[in-house]
Design a protein around this ligand. Sequence first.
Ligand SMILES: Cc1cc2nc3c(=O)[nH]c(=O)nc-3n(C[C@H](O)[C@H](O)[C@H](O)COP(=O)(O)OP(=O)(O)OC[C@H]3O[C@@H](n4cnc5c(N)ncnc54)[C@H](O)[C@@H]3O)c2cc1C
Ligand code: FES
Length: 273
Amino acid sequence: MNKVFDESCRVLDNWHIIGDFWTIKIYCPQIAASILPGQFVMLKVSNDTDPLLRRPLTVSRIYREEGAISILYRSVGRGTEIMTRWKSGQRCSVLGPLGNGFTLPEQAKSIAVLGRDVGIGPLLALVDEGAARGVMVYAFLSSRYQEVLEIASFDSCSCEAWFFPDGDKWQCGPFLTRRLEQIATEKTLDQIYIGGLCKFCPSCSLVKETHRIGTQRGSEVQVSLDQYMACGLGACQGCIVELYEDESQQRKGYKRVCKEGPVFRSWEVVKNG
Ligand SMILES: Cc1cc2nc3c(=O)[nH]c(=O)nc-3n(C[C@H](O)[C@H](O)[C@H](O)COP(=O)(O)OP(=O)(O)OC[C@H]3O[C@@H](n4cnc5c(N)ncnc54)[C@H](O)[C@@H]3O)c2cc1C
Ligand code: FES
């Protein structure tokens, strides 16, 4: 468990990608020194009480030498709309690193990542870490916008990426999992990661299919969950979800997405078989 900082930070850049998609880069040296792929921060977007609560956002790229992180975000409401107005030099308070993050085992040689729209963000730092360690990465990404897919520039690693621009729904889900299954049949995948799912996604076919593919081939599947959050620190119980307790799926229990997650094993999330 790494130390949590409440840092007074400075926005370095905040650029509009397209539609409601943005990327913000923040100077936060204490957080940037220890944050891991898949972990998130709680960003205070206002100095007054509107909105009162901080907003949870996952790190998408880590610039350790610069002491900065970037976040891919979508402007969906009051808090994220305020963020779109921030310019370089804006001060903001950031709490983090929070949550557990993705695990990339020492011996991993080959991994696959699946993500859509802002769900691509959490995977970028993981792909960067994999590239730095010489891990082969297979990426299966989709977005309604080509421009969002272009920010997933994986030039630095041995990566094969298939991009699927699609509409409002993840219509390409079955296509992604078919391609994943082909690759998983031809190669050995040590780990499979799914980035930033909405709270309804555990029941979606993409997660179920990916879990089946991983289980049949002995590849662990890690899933990053999204849930409404208040404190982000494990204190308020506001982000609880009911998940399986053990791999045999005999028992279910309640877990806090902000503390025991946001990354879970797929067997915690979906039923076997
Ligand atoms: C651990 C975690 C990591 C996240 N990482 C990212 C990220 O990297 N990039 C990103 O764009 N978003 C991310 N989110 C979602 C983000 O926190 C919300 O979109 C944001 O808090 C909305 O705030 P708002 O004030 O703009 O919208 P609000 O006015 O609070 O809400 C606007 C709409 O969004 C819905 N909404 C708000 N919060 C959530 C949520 N957590 N899950 C699903 N729907 C929600 C509301 O129901 C409402 O319909 C993450 C959420 C969690 C829990
Ligand atoms: S948000 Fe408070 S316990 Fe998770």
